[in-house]
Design a protein around this ligand. Structure first.
Ligand SMILES: *Cc1c(COP(=O)(O)O)cnc(C)c1O
Length: 392
């Protein structure tokens, strides 16, 4: 079965006598048990719920996983993975990553005795050099956020295996429709399902998938013990969103590539791994079926970037990405503001970086909007000196 079909071909209500064609919402906290001494399949929604089970099984199927677990947010999903670390263990994370992940690692894990190191994980030699004898987990985003660097997942998986560490891939930027990291050697795949999986900016959710039975058992324990599982109604929203994942993403990607080509000669250092000129393009093609629909670029100054974002009319100024609606943001002021300015500087995260998440609108309207916004900026005497990616 092909990926677009797989999104629809699942059993929506296993065991339900009425044969509904859409997954039913089991909006209940508790389940009656057959007798005082017998347990039914479900007893309490924190531990398990039929709507959540349909979702988790469908995610597991898409990821080619042994099991998947749904959480209240992407951060809750990532937190569950880090619960498998013990004090004294080391986590090696990419130095370009989502601001909230950095905050979790630096403010919650480090004070509790887990050492966190950062390196450019798109560089295998730098990764090898940064791994220590106590490195237990390597965490990377399949396309880093917001610099859109591509990591060599099979290469990282081999390195992690050599050192008896596990590889966790945050694949939020691609979704299982475009990339299945477990097949590339990852031990955990994490998604902020808030992004492409849900796709409509109407739910926050996260999922973790694993290929290994022992890891599945450990995560099931964490999910129940910590109580951050996704609520039934959100599971339903996610299932509904996921049905159109292929349709949305294919349109979003085509729009993004067209806009990236149009914008490249008009802005500085446009990054989008779908462009052949992008340094990550060839690598991404080997390990993903597409490049997603996020692009970023610079303008030369924060003022210019802010003016550009403010001049956009169709693009909503908003954090996050992956929605059917196009959005624009300044990562250093928004999604990555939790990374201290000196750390951002050390990591060469440009303060004037503009990130666009491309939606499913008619691409001509999006291009017109960008054109008028660039014109507004130029009229203020602040025209952008183009800087093609090839020179960057
Ligand atoms: C948004 C995001 C997260 C966090 O997910 P939430 O659902 O907002 O908690 C984690 N990783 C990446 C790459 C993200 O973009």
């Amino acid at each position: 079965m092909r990926p677009a079909t797989e999104l629809l071909a699942y059993e929506p209500a296993p065991g339900d006598p009425w044969q509904p064609v859409a997954a039913p919402l089991y909006q209940t906290a508790t389940f009656a048990q057959p007798s005082a001494l017998e347990n039914g399949t479900f007893d309490y929604t924190r531990s398990g719920n039929p709507t959540r089970r349909v979702l988790e099984q469908q995610v597991a199927r898409l990821e080619r996983a042994r099991a998947a677990f749904a959480f209240a947010s992407g951060m809750a999903a990532l937190t569950a993975v880090t619960r498998l670390l013990a004090p004294g263990d080391e986590l090696l994370a990419s130095d370009d990553l989502y601001g909230g992940s950095y905050r979790l690692f630096s403010r919650l894990l480090e004070p509790r005795g887990i050492r966190v190191r950062y390196a450019d994980l798109s560089d295998l030699d730098a990764t090898r050099a940064a791994m220590g004898p106590r490195t237990r987990l390597v965490h990377v985003e399949s396309i880093s956020n917001p610099l859109l660097r591509v990591a060599d997942l099979p290469g990282l998986a081999a390195l992690a295996r050599e050192r008896e560490a596990r590889l966790c891939v945050d694949a939020s930027a691609l979704s299982p429709h475009l990339q299945r990291p477990l097949e590339l050697g990852a031990d955990f795949v994490v998604h902020s399902a808030t992004k492409y999986l849900a796709g409509h900016a109407d739910a926050t959710a996260g999922v973790v998938s694993v290929g290994d039975a022992a890891l599945a058992e450990e995560l099931a324990f964490v999910q129940n013990a910590e109580g951050a599982a996704l609520a039934p109604f959100e599971c339903l929203l996610l299932l509904r969103g996921m049905a159109t994942l292929a349709l949305r993403l294919e349109r979003q990607q085509a729009n993004a590539l067209e806009l990236a080509r149009w914008l490249q000669p008009r802005v500085r250092r446009l990054r989008h791994p779908g462009l052949e000129s992008d340094p990550g393009h060839a690598l991404l093609r080997r390990q993903a079926a597409g490049a997603g629909a996020v692009l970023s670029f610079e303008t030369g100054s924060l003022e210019r970037s802010a003016a550009l974002v403010d001049a956009l009319e169709l693009f909503t100024t908003s954090v996050s990405f992956g929605s059917v609606r196009s959005t624009a943001s300044l990562p250093c002021r928004m999604s990555h503001a939790s990374i201290p300015p000196q750390v951002r500087r050390a990591r060469r995260l440009p303060e004037d970086l503009v990130r666009l998440s491309i939606g499913i609108e008619d691409v001509r309207d999006l291009r017109d909007d960008l054109e008028q916004a660039l014109h507004v900026v130029a009229q203020r005497g602040a025209s952008i000196e183009p800087w093609p990616a090839a020179r960057g």
